[in-house]
Design a protein around this ligand. Structure first.
Ligand SMILES: Cc1cc2nc3c(=O)[nH]c(=O)nc-3n(C[C@H](O)[C@H](O)[C@H](O)COP(=O)(O)OP(=O)(O)OC[C@H]3O[C@@H](n4cnc5c(N)ncnc54)[C@H](O)[C@@H]3O)c2cc1C
Length: 416
């Protein structure tokens, strides 16, 4: 008998949203949600923020167990998919259970990137992707005064600022000349660096690691160009790789991510993919893109749900992202053009009465233009400006550089 099940592999943000979107379309009882982790889908962003600030904090489920039950969704916890037979439409779980499907959706996310020169499974080296990682790290931190971060990306900087606020001595080793260099403008990188340094964070730019010293399953020293740094606890924050092992085993096209079309369909009919693990067409300049954000995970899941149901909508995002680092709330909308394509950047101070006019918490926005077109807006401590900028870009509007520089005119005046 042919199955009409929809099997979702991966209980992260996109897997959870796909359940919700399919349930809204009346398809809950067709769904099997297969989770590698032993817990229901939970909010990942707080793991580098609030989680460490509140003693005893646990990961917050996106939806309660009763919600899945009410929708008729069958959830398989702690039982990852081991293999897929795409011809027979069957997945095998690690427990040996098999599920047949009409549609299979890969929502497998990413895995933390490892440093080839650093053995895995050292007792004092941590990465942060899952609630289990966060619990391990929190337990380790009880007996640790100094924490050394390798890599100054979003997750590393968020966690570094959090741990510093808890009284840890934190050092961040960044190999590049600027922080967050792949994701934000040079001006924002400089602001982030100076704010962290002013708050006392020891951030060392262009730190090239020459080697490590080890003792009984621990790294004890990091050899830098000019010194040997003693370390107690190391957090590796050098980015993430798409989790495409299953996709490759099936024979799906993968190019630094599972390749999907605008409807989230992979190279195999009846197999879809959503979230951090995908590489999708970026219509603006005929290239492809892989994003790691909650917005991308949720919106791709909504598109996939409709596509599976035969309403072939396309994913055409205006991407947005946020990061909380110490006193800074950073928000970005659009995509930062790579040099030499940035035509102009306009800095717009945020002048709401409640906002301090100066100092490290003062808000501002950076409006980036490619040619005549507004393509990206970065804001610092200016959430309302971010919301307006999002609406402006979503409506395809492009106020001129001189218009956005005029702080007397609220951004909402540009909305139609
Ligand atoms: C600490 C941290 C902080 C973050 N902060 C922000 C933020 O501030 N803002 C923001 O926009 N984004 C943030 N992100 C990124 C955001 O969480 C991700 O973009 C989002 O979780 C992607 O959703 P996803 O469903 O694609 O993948 P994930 O949420 O990573 O879920 C993938 C799931 O698939 C499971 N899986 C993999 N293989 C299998 C298999 N074979 N069988 C079964 N299950 C499998 C994994 O175990 C995992 O549970 C943060 C991420 C982390 C880790």
């Amino acid at each position: 008998m042919t199955s009409n099940s929809i099997v979702i592999v991966g209980g992260g943000h996109s897997g959870a949203q796909l359940c919700a979107s399919l349930a809204e379309l009346g398809q809950g009882s067709r769904i099997h949600l297969v989770c590698e982790e032993p817990v229901l889908p939970y909010q990942r962003p707080p793991l580098s923020k609030a989680f460490f600030k509140k003693a005893g904090e646990s990961a917050q489920s996106i939806r309660a167990a009763s919600w899945y039950e009410q929708q008729g969704i069958q959830v398989h916890l702690g039982d990852p998919v081991k293999s897929v037979d795409p011809d027979k439409h069957i997945v095998q779980l690690s427990s040996g259970q098999t599920l047949s499907y009409a549609h299979l959706v890969l929502a497998t996310g990413t895995r933390a990137r490892q440093l080839p020169s650093l053995p895995t499974n050292l007792d004092n080296v941590h990465t942060l992707r899952t609630a289990q990682d966060a619990n391990h790290l929190r337990a380790a931190l009880e007996s640790v005064k100094r924490v050394t971060f390798i890599g100054g990306g979003f997750i590393g900087l968020e966690l570094a600022a959090t741990l510093q606020s808890l009284g840890k001595h934190v050092t961040v080793l960044e190999s590049q000349p600027r922080l967050l260099s792949r994701a934000v403008s040079a001006e924002l990188s400089a602001h982030v660096l100076s704010t962290h340094q002013a708050a006392g964070l020891d951030v060392r730019m262009e730190s090239q690691i020459k080697g490590f010293e080890f003792e009984s399953h621990r790294v004890t020293r990091i050899e830098l160009a000019n010194e040997n740094l003693e370390v107690e606890c190391v957090v590796l924050g050098i980015g993430a790789e798409p989790e495409d092992a299953l996709a490759r085993q099936i024979g799906l096209t993968c190019e630094q991510g599972i390749v999907v079309d605008a409807h989230m369909k992979t190279s195999h009919s009846h197999i879809w993919a959503v979230g951090d693990c995908t590489r999708f067409p970026w219509t603006n300049d005929m290239t492809t893109l892989r994003l790691e954000s909650v917005q991308n995970a949720n919106d791709q899941a909504r598109v996939a749900a409709q596509s599976i149901m035969g309403q072939m909508v396309s994913y055409q995002p205006v991407p947005w992202f946020w990061s909380e680092q110490g006193s800074m709330r950073l928000q970005m909308v659009g995509l930062m053009p790579q040099l030499p394509h940035v035509a102009q950047t306009v800095r717009r101070p945020f002048t709401a009465p409640a906002q301090p006019a100066s100092g490290e918490n003062a808000g501002f926005s950076l409006f980036h233009y490619q040619g005549e077109r507004l393509v990206c807006v970065e804001t610092v401590n200016a959430p309302m400006e971010h919301m307006m900028a999002r609406k402006i870009l979503e409506q395809g509007l492009s106020p001129s550089p001189s218009a956005v520089a005029d702080t007397a005119t609220p951004l909402k005046n540009w909305l139609t």
